[in-house]
Design a protein around this ligand. Structure first.
Ligand SMILES: [Fe+2]
Length: 274
């Protein structure tokens, strides 16, 4: 006789299985079995929630990425040799201590330049400084996430339930999502990143190929107010006079909307740092 298995999967690092055979169900009665099952489920869920919360409370991947009014180089979450032999110690040390550190220094320098420009009311260098800001800021944020995107031993392709479910909803299956991510990352033209991201409008995961990394400005920012300066946005009325369009946009700006979005962004900032 085929046995009936009731199988529940849970997330949070450890995956647990509850298995009840048909014989067990008959022995204790279906109602009792369900009660036992629900009881076990409840206890496991509570335990899991507590573990998850304890983990979250101790986890802020950006905690050391900004301090005392300056962006700072966060320490690696593991030793230089922790990812050997798949990621060698020498490369990791150079990548973190030199390359990531250079992004942090460049980011602070760009902010200093922009501060000086505002004080002097001289924005002649604003374009170059803004490019530096995006380039170095994106480098700092993405590298901070990159160190945490690996861990000694990895997960062997296995993932917590919530992540697996999101991969299935977004890509058909966890395996096809992983294959898509790897293929897109390998095919990035020139320098860049493969990025698995959550897209809040569809509330699904997407895979992005990011060329360089500054073209999409600093990752993780929450837009508060946006002005379209593609020609289609203003050319009919303003022709090539983008400046006049922007000056008039500033007169139309909805600061109530921006303020509401700022409050919403501040309220969920700690969740985004985990
Ligand atoms: Fe890098």
């Amino acid at each position: 006789m085929r046995e009936l298995f009731v199988l529940l999967w849970f997330s949070g690092g450890d995956m647990n299985k509850i298995l009840l055979s048909r014989r067990d169900m008959l022995k204790i009665g279906a109602g009792s079995a369900v009660a036992v099952l629900l009881g076990k489920t409840y206890v496991m869920e509570q335990k899991q929630k507590e573990t998850k919360m304890a983990k979250k409370e101790n986890m802020d991947v950006f905690a050391d990425a900004f301090s005392g009014g300056q962006y700072t180089l966060p320490p690696l979450p593991y030793g230089y040799d922790a990812l050997e032999p798949l990621y060698d110690q020498q490369t990791l040390k150079l990548h973190h201590d030199k390359h990531h550190a250079a992004y942090v220094a460049g980011l602070n320098a760009a902010l200093t330049k922009l501060d000086a420009a505002r004080k002097a009311k001289d924005f002649a260098a604003v374009k170059a400084a803004s490019i530096d800001l995006a380039f170095n800021g994106s480098g700092h944020i993405l590298h901070t996430l990159f160190w945490h995107s690996m861990k000694p031993g990895g997960n062997n392709g296995q993932m917590p339930f919530e992540m697996k479910q999101a991969m299935e909803e977004s890509f058909g299956s966890s395996e096809s999502g992983q294959a898509h991510f790897a293929a897109a990352t390998k095919a990035v033209e020139g320098s860049g990143w493969g990025i698995l991201a959550f897209e809040p409008v569809s509330q699904k995961c997407i895979v992005l190929q990011c060329e360089k990394h500054q073209n999409l400005t600093i990752w993780g920012v929450v837009p508060l107010l946006v002005c379209d300066v593609w020609e289609h946005a203003y050319y009919l009325k303003y022709q090539n006079n983008r400046g006049e369009w922007v000056d008039n946009f500033m007169k139309l700006a909805n600061w109530d909307f921006a303020s509401e979005r700022l409050a919403a962004a501040k309220s969920c900032v700690m969740e985004l740092r985990k």
